[in-house]
Ligand binder design. Structure first.
Ligand SMILES: Cc1ncc(COP(=O)(O)O)c(C=O)c1O
Length: 417
């Protein structure tokens, strides 16, 4: 690849660097002295910068294939939208209880019974503004300043930032294909420190789409309990599992904390609605803090979500899931043919986390050049941690299969240069 082809990307990086220098200078002058020290630990979501640039290019009339976006391309299913309209017509514009609408908490508890045969008391369900709200609420309630939280790298970037926000210490553990890019009981045992308080895992995971089996969850939970710690399992991609048997961590213990959301399977990212299932004795503090920081999750969204578990809605969502599977089954081998390596087959979510070292050892420069020159947006590994990020790219199949085909053909052209 001739470097002159990177010219627009280099210009872009230069501009970003200049803005950064200006910001640093302003900081030096003391303008940002008002900002709390903890903000030095909070890293930006780099993909947002890429997304902004992609939108800018689109606004200029360029055709962009979006493989960077971590949300379903489908709009929210019609039954949920109708229920949202109805809630508005009915004047449902007030606060709900901080823990959520009782009928929604019951509906969430009932779906654990339908899907996994579990008897979850609805008083253990906390409705939150997205899984993001649940993660912040939970970490604020559990983590004291200085407490350690074990996390997988690569992993969902916000978790590290949330731990910093509450004064905790993210204890990041490199994971690879040998453990399906997940923390294992032995990794947890080996990396447990005197200040470790909690372990966070996600199944399926972002960015790798890999899962923890029931047995692996059992082993992880056993070691965490032996050490007197807390296990937090993020199940936000539940429902988007293509062949593995699906489990909830709630099957293995009623002492684990389980995070979930209406964002991904239910296609409600913009409605900002998620939930947390917590052990019985922890609901009091969660309620107290939720009353203070959120008051409640968005009321309209809660009423709309009551329609999410209807047969009609699940029918639509299952069709969408089949489409995601079809896309994954197309995209993975197509990218492998172009020299990207996937050392494990992702079983869920809508991501492929590929080794791009055959083409580059700088995935960030690669992603920027790919966007500028070919109009294909993918996420560089740097968003997901410090474990060889420069050798990895995340491809999201949240785009129509015909567009994915076009994306693959543009990538082929790019890497073939
Ligand atoms: C693993 C994981 N957890 C939590 C979230 C937050 O989701 P939301 O706040 O939209 O429910 C995301 C979003 O991408 C995610 O990938």
């Amino acid at each position: 690849m001739g470097w002159n082809r990177f010219f627009p990307a280099i210009l872009w990086v230069k501009l970003t660097f200049q803005i950064y220098c200006l910001y640093t200078f302003a900081t030096y002058l003391g303008i940002s002295k008002v900002i709390a020290d903890r903000m030095q630990q909070i890293k930006p979501f780099h993909v947002m910068e890429l997304l902004m640039r992609a939108r800018e290019l689109e606004a200029q009339g360029h055709s962009i294939i979006h493989m960077e976006v971590g949300e379903p391309d489908f709009t929210t299913p019609e039954p949920i939208i109708q229920a949202g309209h109805q809630a508005l017509d009915d004047g449902r514009t007030h606060y709900t209880p901080a823990m959520g609408l009782p009928e929604l908490r019951q509906a969430i508890a009932a779906q654990y019974n339908r899907r996994f045969g579990l008897d979850i008391d609805h008083s253990r369900v906390v409705v939150t503004p997205g899984a993001s709200g649940a993660l912040q609420l939970l970490l604020s309630v559990l983590i004291n300043p200085g407490d350690g939280v074990l996390l997988a790298d690569p992993g969902y970037p916000c978790n590290r930032n949330f731990v910093h926000m509450v004064g905790g210490e993210p204890q990041v553990v490199d994971v690879g294909p040998d453990t399906d890019y997940q923390l294992s009981a032995s990794l947890i045992e080996r990396n447990w420190s005197s200040n470790t308080k909690a372990v966070m895992v996600a199944s399926p995971s972002n960015p790798t789409g890999t899962m923890l089996s029931r047995q692996q969850l059992l082993e992880i939970n056993r070691i965490v309990e032996q050490r007197g710690g807390v296990l937090i399992v993020d199940e936000i991609y539940q429902g988007l599992v293509y062949e593995a048997e699906e489990h909830s961590a709630l099957e293995i213990s009623d002492r684990v904390f389980v995070i979930n959301s209406f964002s991904k399977y239910f296609g409600m990212t913009g409605w900002r609605l998620g939930w947390l299932v917590a052990p019985q004795g922890t609901i009091g503090p969660l309620d107290r803090l939720a009353q203070n920081i959120f008051l409640c999750a968005p009321t309209l969204s809660q009423y709309a979500a009551l329609a999410a578990f209807s047969d009609e809605c699940i029918g639509i969502l299952e069709q969408r899931k089949a489409i995601f599977k079809q896309r994954r089954d197309y995209l993975m081998p197509a990218l492998e043919d172009l020299g990207f390596r996937f050392q494990t087959k992702p079983q869920g979510a809508f991501y492929l986390y590929g080794d791009c070292s055959r083409h580059t050892n700088d995935s960030t420069a690669f992603a920027h050049a790919l966007l500028e020159q070919m109009g294909v947006a993918v996420t560089p590994g740097m968003d997901f941690g410090a474990n060889a990020p420069e050798k990895h790219l995340r491809f999201a199949y949240t785009t129509d299969i015909e567009l994915l085909r076009e994306g693959v053909s543009r990538i082929k052209q790019f890497v073939g240069r």
